[in-house]
Design a protein around this ligand. Structure first.
Ligand SMILES: NC(=O)c1ccc[n+]([C@@H]2O[C@H](COP(=O)([O-])OP(=O)(O)OC[C@H]3O[C@@H](n4cnc5c(N)ncnc54)[C@H](O)[C@@H]3O)[C@@H](O)[C@H]2O)c1
Length: 245
């Protein structure tokens, strides 16, 4: 499962699942391009990986600022060939279909679907030309089964699966695999802050009876990023401890 010689771009790498992916990918030998908007967390993650001998380029950017992202992508492309893309950055704006405003709805769609779409569009051509590439999109159990009060997030996470399968169909013959990870409840900062009244019912439905650790998702992402997953594409891999099966 080694990633030696590969360069991976990971979005939302300042904390949570993205940070864990960065750490595991670095341990397995990948060079990293990390993106996040958080000025406090991203430099720390990059420094820690660098101290352990990893090669990291950290880019502070709000990925929803399309013009800035466009420019940054041009810079990244001029400096490195991206072999692996992990579309992980995200945020939630809860709200029922009746209550959520159009702006909030579009914001959630923007970060979870618009940004992955643009990044896939930006890098897939070079991956196909190189006859090797790995794209890993982070979806959610809510994207598979829907969730009351999560109209935008569930819609966005379902769309990510459609995008994954479509890109997989388009790029498969050129050696590029595209897969989605479908996490359950994972112990990242926003989920640690989530009140117990929301967490406990999910943990009760989770066959393993606990929240997942970010590293448990990151290890699956590292597998999908490696040559060991060479015959897996267009798949959704559920990492939920059995919640939502
Ligand atoms: N934690 C869970 O239980 C869980 C479950 C299912 C799916 N997911 C998905 O996994 C992914 C990571 O979740 P997490 O729990 O680690 O979240 P998190 O909030 O801990 O980390 C998300 C990171 O993305 C960054 N980010 C958000 N918006 C950004 C933007 N516009 N530009 C740049 N960076 C931005 C944040 O700064 C943060 O560092 C998300 O797509 C989330 O929807 C998480």
């Amino acid at each position: 499962m080694n990633l030696i010689g590969r360069t991976a771009l990971i979005t939302g790498a300042g904390q949570g699942i993205g940070q864990a992916c960065a750490e595991v990918f670095a341990e397995r030998g990948a060079n990293l391009v990390l993106m996040d908007k958080n000025k406090r967390t991203l430099p720390k993650v990059a420094d820690q990986i660098t101290e352990k001998g990893g090669h990291v380029k950290a880019i502070l950017i709000d990925l929803t600022h399309h013009r800035k992202l466009h420019k940054i992508i041009d810079v990244v492309k001029s400096q490195a060939h991206i072999d692996i893309l992990v579309n992980n950055a995200g945020f939630d704006r809860p709200g029922t279909t009746m209550k959520i405003g159009k702006e909030q709805f579009n914001a959630v769609l923007g970060i979870h679907v618009g940004v992955p779409f643009f990044l896939i569009k930006s890098f897939i051509q070079e991956m196909r030309a190189a006859r090797w590439g790995r794209i890993i999109n982070i979806s959610s159990i809510y994207g598979v089964q829907g969730a009351k009060g999560e109209a935008a997030y569930s819609t966005a996470k379902a769309a990510v699966i459609g995008l994954t399968k479509t890109a997989a169909r388009e790029a498969g013959k050129d050696g590029v695999t595209v897969n989605a990870i479908v996490p359950g409840l994972i112990k990242t900062p926003p989920m640690i802050r989530l009140p117990d009244k929301y967490k406990i019912p999910i943990i009760e439905q989770t066959l393993l009876g606990r929240m997942g650790e970010p590293i448990e998702v990151a290890k699956v992402a590292a597998f999908l990023a490696s040559d060991d997953s060479s015959f897996i594409t267009g798949s959704t891999i559920t990492v939920s401890g059995g919640w939502g099966i």
